[in-house]
Design a protein around this ligand. Structure first.
Ligand SMILES: C[S@@+](CC[C@H](N)C(=O)[O-])C[C@H]1O[C@@H](n2cnc3c(N)ncnc32)[C@H](O)[C@@H]1O
Length: 242
């Protein structure tokens, strides 16, 4: 497909991720280029990705799947269900288009995060970005992250109850959060910390989202068997929660 044909194909879809597929050919994502660049650096930049296996849960258009492969990950499995199946978003088509145009070949499986199969093998790194608060019952999924992450997990989430020191989360029964009825929960950092510890992670680094503030939290969580070198990039700006 030449660049003009690719631009025409891109124009026929809805995009959440801004992705430069080829020089000068960029998807018009709701996440701006600035947000994508900042998030990619925070989610992936501190880690030595070369040779790692990565599971990207809730990959949607594949922006972070493609970024992980471009940064040297040996293998990425991208999973999603809601936006991939949705007739309005047609997310799987966008994922396939983006990966093909970018010249990367991740694995992809249609999996609801609530139904991650018991036989799914562990990955060095699990990405759980922007998904927690979309799940009506997210706690068992956090336990699954502990099983699926061999070394590390990056969790990014909407947050609420920030003034509460006890582990807590706010329930949004309707569409109170951003007018979106798929937003169910606003956890606070003590709750996310407790869930990550109970899932088997022992070292946790945290920072508020640099653009959206503490209403979005970013957690880097590590298993006991993760080499210390994996944490070397979490210096300035990252708080030690555990
Ligand atoms: C805000 S997007 C995050 C996309 C990407 N991981 C990122 O951080 O940019 C939310 C993701 O959660 C998934 N999702 C939303 N609602 C869901 C639901 N009720 N059940 C399962 N997955 C859901 C969507 O398919 C989508 O991929």
């Amino acid at each position: 497909m030449d660049d003009d044909a690719l631009r025409a194909a891109i124009a026929g879809h809805l995009w959440f991720h801004t992705i430069e597929l080829r020089p000068g050919v960029v998807t018009p994502g709701r996440k701006t280029p600035e947000i994508m660049a900042v998030e990619e650096e925070l989610f992936l930049g501190p880690l030595p990705l070369a040779g790692m296996s990565v599971l990207d849960i809730g990959a949607w258009n594949g922006g972070f799947t493609i970024a992980a492969l471009r940064r040297g990950a040996a293998r990425v499995l991208a999973t999603d269900s809601y936006t991939w199946d949705h007739p309005h978003f047609r997310g799987r088509e966008t994922f396939d288009l983006a990966c093909a145009a970018a010249g990367v070949a991740p694995e992809a499986r249609r999996l609801d995060p609530m139904d991650l199969p018991a036989e799914l093998e562990p990955f060095d790194l699990v990405l759980f970005l922007g998904v927690f608060y979309h799940l009506r019952n997210p706690v068992p999924v956090m336990d699954a992250l502990g099983r699926l992450a061999r070394h590390a997990c990056i969790v990014e989430t909407h947050q609420d109850a920030l003034e509460e020191v006890r582990p807590a989360m706010v329930f949004y029964p309707w569409a109170e959060l951003a007018g979106d009825a798929t937003n169910w929960w606003g956890p606070n950092p003590p709750l996310m910390t407790a869930l990550l510890l109970q899932a088997g992670f022992t070292r946790i680094r945290y920072r508020a989202h640099p653009i959206n503030g503490p209403a979005r939290g970013i957690y880097a969580a590590f298993k006991p068997e993760a080499p210390d070198a994996l944490l070397a990039g979490y210096g300035e700006g990252w708080a030690v929660l555990a």
